[in-house]
Design a protein around this ligand. Sequence first.
Ligand code: GDG
Length: 457
Amino acid sequence: MSRLIVVSNRVSIPKARGAAGSQGGLAVALGSALRERRGIWFGWSGNETGTFSGHLDMQKNHGVTTATIDLEQQDVDEYYNGYANRTLWPLFHYRIDLAEYESGFGKGYERVNQRFADSLGPLIEPEDMVWVHDYHLIPLGERLRARGNKNRIGFFLHIPWPPRNLLVALPFHERLVTTMLAYDLIGFQDEESVDSFLGYCRKELQADIGDDGTVTYDGRSVKVAAFPIGLDYEDFLEGGQSGEARQAEQRMRSSSRHRKVIIGVDRLDYSKGLPERFDAIGRYFDTYPERVKETLYVQIAPPSRTDVATYQRIRNTLEQKAGQINGERSEVDTVPIRYVNRGYSRAELFGIYRSAHVGLVTPLRDGMNLVAKEYVAAQDPEDPGVLVLSRFAGAAEQLKDALLINPYSMEETSEAIRTAIDMPLDERKARWEKLNAVIKSANVEKWRANFVEALGA
Ligand code: GDG
């Protein structure tokens, strides 16, 4: 079996499997693939240094070898906080209004991809397969090819690929896409992204598109397909059996005192539709004032990318909205919204999800959205809650038995909340069973195996 080399912006140092709970599903799935294939996980250490040294820090933890490099401060500013998080992230989430185009960002992005290629190149052996992850590293495959690399190299994008008429707002869009065609396999989360990508290649590059999604351009062929990412289902359920999970569930139940709990869990990010969600909750309370005292909306939103100004702004907006809704509707003994800016362990999240009658997942755009899948997986099969899901999350292509909504419509979201809270047990069970079957079978192991198999083919 050929070795697998995984490359991503950050590397998650593998922990023992029993110690899961502190580790995300992606790290668990990639870790198990790397153990099976004696692979290497390569990326940025997260450290900033004065000048770039190119020093490789190799470590072996629980059977997985990791190799990391430090970056210099200018790299982090231009590549990570700049091009990745202020140019590509907003643009790929359809927010051209927030995307910033600075030539320094683009240069930093190319420089860091070159540095990744130069540090990684010597580690790759002729039979290895290389799997590159996400928008930080789109040009990496082409940079490796320029060094003479002939291995099978695949790329997976965790976020959406935007439609052609949005992508063309990016200076040098053609260069970005043509470098991407240096991979052997390109994977997206959903069919919509595949269609957008193929549409771009057809119309802007006049590339040939085969019936099976193979793009032929400039003498090379690249296979393009959807590989919807899944949950580390068994591991997540196992964590849900722990005392920590049960205590979290108990705490939620006793503190909500028979109120219907609506749960949201999101990184604090403008793509997650949080201000719109708060407005929809306000609308629900305005439309059904008699329900205010019977309802509790809990929003967990750990801050992320705090170095970027748009992320600081959204935090202020949400504090103001939560304060206003609570100020207008609280009683001395009840508060309708609990807005929490901290993270919880995965086991605690399981318990919190399980205590909630409604899972409210309303991104304006999302590659997949694993919270939607976690909410379903954590439910009690005998008394499951209802998932309200944005039609603009990649997960909506798979989770058709959720209540699908347009998150831009406060009215639609508010009515879906009402439908979810009033839904009879039979219907809740019927919907949950179908959703859970999809989530259980299309898990993260399957995702990983499908991608690696397609890359090897
Ligand atoms: C990107 C794409 C795609 C959240 N709060 C806590 C916590 N979380 C965990 C959730 C979930 C994960 O973070 C978030 O995953 P999402 O999929 O919802 O979103 P992104 O972070 O934006 O991820 C996305 C994903 O990549 C994978 O391809 O689905 O579309 O944007 O697992 O549970 N985890 C812990 N404490 C928290 O407080 N431990």
